[in-house]
Design a protein around this ligand. Structure first.
Ligand code: AMP
Length: 594
């Protein structure tokens, strides 16, 4: 990005956030006048474009409400203008792993244009803080594209990330700016792809200036992969020959161009990787890295402790908040701690409304927003972007050029400040992800908080909780919460943690600690024996890898995959249950004075 472009990006950011009210108003006006004649809006507005009427008559909906319309478009129904007038260019396929099945979201030339504007603004902010890294070296970004799916209409559906990787401009800059070759990003075999991406990153270690992936879980997963495979990677670098099990001819060709015997590099990697502790491994292997660029907020916060351990003081940069429904917010202070990250809404992307959440949000000791209870009652009507209140939690609604009207993204945010006239927010959690075995509902944020408290007890034992998920077990009465934990020792690369080595007293205390940290209703129900004791099931190393494989095999994009905080699918549950090595139960009812 030329200096002028970057400065113009920052200037644009200032203008957008200053003129938020007018920009939002104009955007809604344009969307309505463009789409008033669509079947969907006709049904409520009868061709009118009045904004107040829109808010009065058009219902607030979830994806499930719009699905029949979207399915008709995807199935190639001849009638045009079902949801939007602008011709579709395809569909975004959301990962759906945060609580539901993958969703199809229409895309248009206009939405692509908005994404390009978002990227320009985001890059400007990053250049302001880190300089133009494109001039300084390469990015080792772990990228996994998913094959596109052709809908009966002939329109293609693909993950947002895959579409970005496929763009001609990305392909053109890839060899110069990234360590991973194009072929490898598009490999359907994610293990081969991960292996090769790390191999290429190691070979080009002296050029790597930034390491990242969309979500923090992928970066952590890649380091674990390296822990398990560094010897083989070294042997490839020693001989200049890639392993036989890398069968994809595209990769083998790409590797043959860059992989040459390099004994010095092997010595160095062996030296670093055979250290007992992997603390700071990223910095040791990739010494010129300036930062780790990856989303660390929301459900990804659970990975930050491990990532911080591996990256030896490098900043973790959570740059943006985006979803298949639209690119929404940018972190204007990328150097702040993950727990302090706020994103600034971009008023030119979509028209926003906000449904306030009745319960107050609290802030815990790590400055993380916690919802006290999960019953997200909608207070009064929704408010506009510029009318949100500081400190209040909201559910986000979008009306956009993708044919979404008053659509619940199902994310909860908390307003933490303003940049000019535009609110900034902290990501709190997903609305629809909840555990419940009786009348109580426990949010993703509740579970995150409880696990954060409990896992601290592992620290003195030299253990790290690497992944977890939860499940509401109602197979017996009363039902109980099951939390699956994958644990590993902090030191050393031998990950054969064995359930018998875990101190049952500490593990039981972890169960109780979680219960103590859960919300009032949970603790009350436990006391009244309406919920049975919380259980931690410790699973074998690699279990969450198998869970990921399962979701990817079901259509989730690896790049956008997030371990579900709550498990709903039977198959996923079977994967976890078949790998349990130890079970622990809370030995007492939770304390009530939380
Ligand atoms: P997808 O639709 O598959 O692209 O997933 C989008 C979802 O990922 C959002 O609705 C959020 O729940 C989550 N997400 C995206 N960006 C962030 C972020 N910066 N912090 C926390 N969660 C995020």
């Amino acid at each position: 990005m030329a200096t002028n472009d970057y400065e113009s990006g920052l200037k644009m950011m200032e203008e957008l956030t200053t003129d938020a009210r007018q920009i939002q108003d104009q955007l809604l006006g344009e969307l309505l006048s463009k789409n008033a004649e669509t079947e969907y809006l006709q049904g409520f507005l009868h061709g009118q474009t009045d904004k107040q009427l829109f808010k009065k008559k058009v219902p607030i909906v979830t994806y499930e409400h719009l699905k029949p319309y979207i399915d008709r478009i995807a199935n190639g129904e001849a009638s045009s203008d079902i949801l939007l007038v602008e011709p579709l260019t395809g569909f975004s396929l959301s990962s759906g792993t945060s609580g539901g099945l993958p969703k199809l979201v229409p895309t248009t030339a206009e939405s692509a244009h908005k994404t390009a504007t978002f990227n320009k603004l985001y890059r400007s902010v990053m250049i302001k803080h880190f300089g133009d890294i494109n001039q300084a070296g390469k990015r080792m970004e772990l990228m996994f594209a998913k094959p596109e799916v052709k809908t009966p209409s002939g329109l293609k559906a693909s993950a947002v990330s895959t579409r970005a990787f496929k763009g001609s401009s990305f392909k053109a800059i890839l060899p110069k700016l990234y360590t991973s070759p194009f072929e490898i990003i598009f490999c359907p075999d994610t293990k081969q792809s991960m292996y090769c991406q790390i191999l290429f990153g190691l070979i080009q270690r002296n050029e790597v200036i930034m390491i990242g992936s969309i979500f923090a879980s992928t970066v952590v997963r890649s380091i674990k992969f390296l822990e398990n495979n560094w010897k083989e990677l070294c042997s490839n670098i020693k001989t200049g020959q890639i392993s036989e099990w890398i069968t994809d001819s595209g990769y083998r060709n790409a590797a043959s161009l860059i992989l040459k015997p390099n004994p010095e590099l092997v010595d160095l990697i062996e030296d670093v990787c055979s250290c007992k502790s992997w603390e700071g491994i990223i910095r040791k292997l990739w010494p010129k890295t300036k930062y780790i660029g990856t989303v660390c907020t929301g459900a990804m916060l659970q990975y930050t402790a491990e990532l911080e351990f591996y990256c030896g003081g490098l900043p973790l940069v959570s740059g943006f908040y985006a979803c298949s429904e639209g690119a929404i917010g940018i972190n204007l202070e990328p150097l702040c701690k993950p727990s302090d990250v706020s994103y600034t809404f971009l008023p030119n992307m979509v028209y926003y409304e906000f449904l306030s959440i009745k319960e107050d949000c609290d802030t815990d000791s790590q400055n993380q927003v916690q919802l006290n209870a999960m019953s997200h009652h909608e207070d009064t009507g929704p408010v506009d972007l510029v009318n949100v209140k500081l400190g209040q939690c909201y559910e986000v609604l979008v009306t956009s050029s993708m044919g979404l009207y008053r659509y619940k993204v199902r994310d909860i945010i908390k307003v933490t400040g303003f940049h000019n006239n535009t609110p900034q927010f902290q990501f709190v959690g997903r609305q629809n992800v909840a555990l419940g075995v009786d009348m109580e509902r426990t949010s993703e944020a509740d579970i995150l908080k409880a696990v954060a408290e409990a896992k601290a007890l592992l620290d003195p034992l030299g253990l790290i909780l690497t992944e977890y998920t939860s499940y509401g077990d109602t197979s017996s009465t009363p039902g109980h919460y099951v939390i699956f934990w994958e644990i590993k020792p902090k030191e050393g690369n031998n990950n054969n943690n064995n359930g018998k080595e875990l101190d049952p007293k500490v593990m039981e205390e972890c169960c109780s600690k979680m219960e103590d940290s859960l919300h009032f209703t949970y603790r009350m129900y436990r006391k009244e024996n309406m919920i049975a004791a919380l259980e931690i099931r410790v699973v074998k190393q690699g279990t969450f890898e198998s869970l990921l494989d399962y979701f990817v095999s079901k259509g989730a994009s690896l790049s956008q995959y997030k371990t579900p905080i709550c498990i709903k699918s039977k198959e996923a549950l079977n994967i976890l249950d078949s790998r349990v090595i130890a079970k622990f139960f809370s030995p007492r009812t939770p304390t009530q004075d939380n």
